[in-house]
Design a protein. Structure first.
Lengths: 301, 317
C-alpha cells in the first residue's frame, strides 16, 4: 500500500486502492503461504537429502540423477501416461452422448442426470464399489461377462488387466462431465450453419466433420487440458483399489509413488524432486496445449 | 401428395448441382421440403427411438455400479456370493445400516467432514467474493499482476505442494487435527474468484459509483449490492466447492491418523480395508452408500444450478 504515494492521485482514489488491496489481501496471503512458499520450498528440498525431521542436507542434482535410474519411478511415470488412454476414449464417447442428447426428444433431462451421477460421487466410495465390481469371482463385471459366455479375469490382480480396469472406471466416472460441456457447446452452434450445409448437399458425416467438430474444438481443448492435469495426479483409485501399487507395480501412479516415498519411507527430498518433475510435466503439457490451441483458433477463423 | 412428389423429384437433381440455386432452385425447394417432411418425420421418430434405446443401455451401465452398491448393502454376508447374483436382496437386511455406526467411527467421520467442508466453504466463499468484487469493480495498483499471479497457482498440482505444506503444519503441531484441511481454504479459492469476477463483469459499474456518491463504504456496497447480485453464481460455486471438500481424500490421508479425527472418506476407505478381510461386503457397501448419499441428495435438489454453472464454466474456460 506504500506504493500509492503519487501526489496527483485524489483522496478518493487512494481510499479505493486501500479498500481494494485489503479485499484481495486474504487470497493473496493464502497464495503466498500455501502455494508460493511451498512451491519454492519443494524446489529447494528437491536438491537435498531430507527426511522431514532433521535439517535438509544439500546434495545438488543427486535426487534427479537417482530418479532416472529408479525403475519404480520410471514405471510409475509410464503407468500414469498409459492410463491417460482413457481421455480420448472418454471424449469420443461423451461427444457421441452429447449428440444423442442434443436431439429434441423426451427424457434427455433424465439421462443427463443419470450420466452425471458418477461425476459427483465421492471418488473414495466409487473406488470401493469398483474394486468390488472388478472382483474376479463375484464381481459385477465378470458376472456381466459371464452372461455372454466370457470368463473374465481377476481384474485388479492381473498385470495385463489392472490398468484397463482403472481406465474403464475413470471413463465411467468422467463421462458425464465432458458430455455436459459438449452438450452446452452443441447447443450454442448456430443452426443456420447446418441448414446452409444441408442446402449445399453436405451429408450428415460431412456436417459433423466440418461444422460440429470445429465448433466444439474449444471445449475439446479445455477438456484435454483439465483431464491431463487431473490424470497426471491420479491417486485415490490406486490407493484404495490396489493399496500396494498393483501386481508387479503395474498400477502405481506417480503421485502414489511420491506419496509412498514421502510419507511411508520419509525420503522427503527425493519425493520433492519427483513432485517438481510432476509439476513441470503439468506445466509443459498445459503450455503445449495452449500453443496448439492458438494455432487451431487461427485456422478456424 | 405422393404423386406430386414423384413429379417434382426428378427436376430436383439438376437444380441441386447449381450452387446458390438460381431460377430452377426456387420451385424445387418447397417440393423437396414437402417430400422430406413425411419421411424425415419418420426417420426422426425412428432415430429418437433408437437414440433413446442406446442412451437407456448406457444409462443402465452408468447406474449399475451404484445400484449394485445399494443392493449389496442390503444382503446377508453369504447372499453376496450367491450365483446367479441376487439383484434384489433376499432377505432384505436393513440391520447393515444399523451395524455400520458401531463398526467404525462413521458418525465422527460425518461430523469431521461437515466441520471441514462447512467452515472452508462459508468463510472461503466470503473471502473469494470480496476479492472478486475488488478485482472486477475497484481500481487498485498491480491489479492484473495480482490476478494473474493467483491464476498461475492453478497450474501447480497439489502433490507438488503437499510435502512442504505437511512439514509446515507438522512444525506447528497441527498434524492429526482438522486445521491443515481447514485453514488453507479459509483464504478463498481462485477458481471461485475467477468465476465471480466473470459474473460481476456483466453488472454495470455505475451501480457501484452511484452508491459511492451516496456515501456508502465499499463494505456496505459489497453487502447490500454485490452479494445479492452475485447470489446465483455464488450459490453454484459454493455447492461445487462443498462437494469437492466433502469428497476430498488426498489431503485428509496425509494429515489424519487417529480414527477420531478422520473424515468420512477416510473412514469408509478403512472400512473397506478392514472388513474386506472378513468378507463383510454388505457392511462396506452400506458405509459407502452413506458416504455417497449426502452429495447425491444435494445434486438432485440443486441439479439445475449445478449443471448450468458447470456448463458455463466449460464455455468460459
Amino acid at each position: 500500500m506504500s506504493t500509492i504515494t503519487r501526489p496527483r492521485r485524489s483522496r478518493l482514489h487512494r481510499k479505493e486502492h486501500q479498500a481494494a488491496l485489503a479485499f484481495v489481501a486474504i487470497p493473496v496471503i493464502g497464495f503466498l503461504l500455501f502455494t508460493l512458499f511451498p512451491l519454492l520450498f519443494s524446489v529447494y528440498a528437491s536438491f537435498t537429502n531430507w527426511n522431514g525431521i532433521s535439517a535438509p542436507v544439500f546434495k545438488g542434482l543427486d535426487n534427479y540423477t537417482k530418479m532416472f535410474g529408479d525403475r519404480y519411478f520410471l514405471k510409475s511415470l509410464w503407468n500414469t501416461l498409459y492410463m491417460m488412454i482413457g481421455i480420448p476414449i472418454g471424449l469420443v464417447i461423451s461427444l457421441a452422448l452429447a449428440l444423442a442428447m442434443n436431439r429434441k426428444m423426451r427424457g434427455t433431462t433424465f439421462f443427463r442426470t443419470v450420466y452425471y451421477l458418477p461425476v459427483i460421487s465421492s471418488i473414495a466410495a466409487v473406488a470401493i464399489l469398483w474394486q468390488w465390481a472388478f472382483n474376479g469371482d463375484f464381481g459385477l463385471i465378470n458376472q456381466g461377462l459371464a452372461l455372454v459366455g466370457i470368463d473374465g479375469p481377476n481384474w485388479l490382480q492381473d498385470t495385463a488387466t489392472v490398468k484397463p480396469a482403472l481406465i474403464i472406471m475413470a471413463v465411467w466416472k468422467g463421462l458425464g462431465y465432458s458430455m455436459l460441456l459438449y452438450l452446452a457447446a452443441l447447443q450454442s452452434v448456430p443452426r443456420y450453419l447446418y441448414e446452409a450445409a444441408a442446402l449445399d448437399g453436405a451429408t450428415a458425416w460431412q456436417q459433423f466433420r466440418h461444422i460440429t467438430v470445429p465448433m466444439v474444438a474449444p471445449v475439446t481443448f479445455f477438456l484435454i487440458v483439465t483431464s491431463v492435469i487431473g490424470g497426471s495426479q491420479i491417486f485415490v483409485e490406486i490407493n484404495i483399489m490396489t493399496p500396494t501399487g498393483g501386481p508387479e507395480f503395474e498400477s502405481a501412479s506417480i503421485v502414489w509413488y511420491i506419496w509412498q516415498k514421502a510419507f511411508d519411507n520419509l525420503q522427503m527430498g527425493y519425493a520433492s524432486a519427483m513432485s517438481v518433475v510432476l509439476g513441470l510435466l503439468v506445466f509443459v503439457i498445459t503450455f503445449i496445449q495452449f500453443r496448439l490451441n492458438r494455432r487451431n483458433q487461427f485456422s478456424i477463423d | 401428395m405422393s404423386a406430386q412428389n414423384v413429379i417434382t423429384t426428378p427436376p430436383l437433381e439438376p437444380s441441386q448441382e447449381i450452387p446458390g440455386g438460381t431460377g430452377g432452385g426456387k420451385p424445387a425447394r418447397p417440393g423437396r421440403a414437402g417430400r422430406g417432411s413425411r419421411s424425415a418425420k419418420e426417420t426422426l421418430r425412428l432415430g429418437n427411438i433408437l437414440t433413446t434405446l442406446l442412451l437407456s443401455v448406457g444409462a443402465i451401465a452408468m447406474i449399475a455400479p451404484l445400484a449394485w452398491t445399494f443392493s449389496t448393502s442390503l444382503k446377508t454376508k453369504d447372499g453376496v456370493f450367491e450365483l446367479p447374483p441376487q439383484w434384489i436382496p433376499d432377505p432384505f437386511v436393513w440391520e447393515n445400516y444399523a451395524r455400520i455406526w458401531t463398526a467404525g467411527p462413521l458418525l465422527s467421520g460425518i461430523q469431521n467432514s461437515l466441520i471441514v467442508a462447512c467452515s472452508v466453504t462459508i468463510v472461503g466463499s466470503l473471502a473469494s467474493a470480496l476479492a472478486a468484487f475488488a478485482f472486477a469493480k475497484m481500481r487498485m495498483p498491480f491489479k492484473n499482476v495480482l490476478f494473474l499471479g493467483l491464476l498461475s497457482g492453478l497450474m501447480i498440482p497439489f502433490p507438488t505442494l503437499m510435502i512442504p505444506q505437511f512439514t509446515i503444519f507438522a512444525s506447528i503441531g497441527w498434524v492429526d487435527t482438522l486445521l491443515p484441511l481447514i485453514v488453507p481454504g479459509l483464504f478463498g479459492n481462485i477458481i471461485m474468484i475467477f468465476f465471480l469476477r466473470q459474473f460481476l463483469n456483466s453488472i454495470p459499474d455505475s451501480i457501484v459509483e452511484a452508491a459511492r456518491i451516496d456515501g456508502a463504504s465499499y463494505l456496505q456496497i459489497f453487502w447490500t449490492l454485490i452479494l445479492p447480485a452475485i447470489r446465483p453464481a455464488l450459490a453454484a460455486q459454493f455447492i461445487l466447492w462443498f462437494m469437492a471438500m466433502w469428497n476430498d481424500y488426498l489431503a485428509p490421508i496425509i494429515y489424519l491418523n487417529s480414527p477420531g479425527t478422520q473424515t468420512l472418506q477416510l473412514v469408509i476407505a478403512n472400512f473397506n480395508a478392514q472388513y474386506a478381510i472378513q468378507t463383510d461386503y454388505p457392511l462396506i457397501m452400506a458405509a459407502s452408500f452413506v458416504a455417497l448419499l449426502p452429495v447425491l441428495i444435494v445434486f438432485v435438489v440443486f441439479q439445475r444450478q449445478i449443471i448450468e454453472s458447470i456448463a458455463l464454466s466449460g464455455s468460459k474456460g
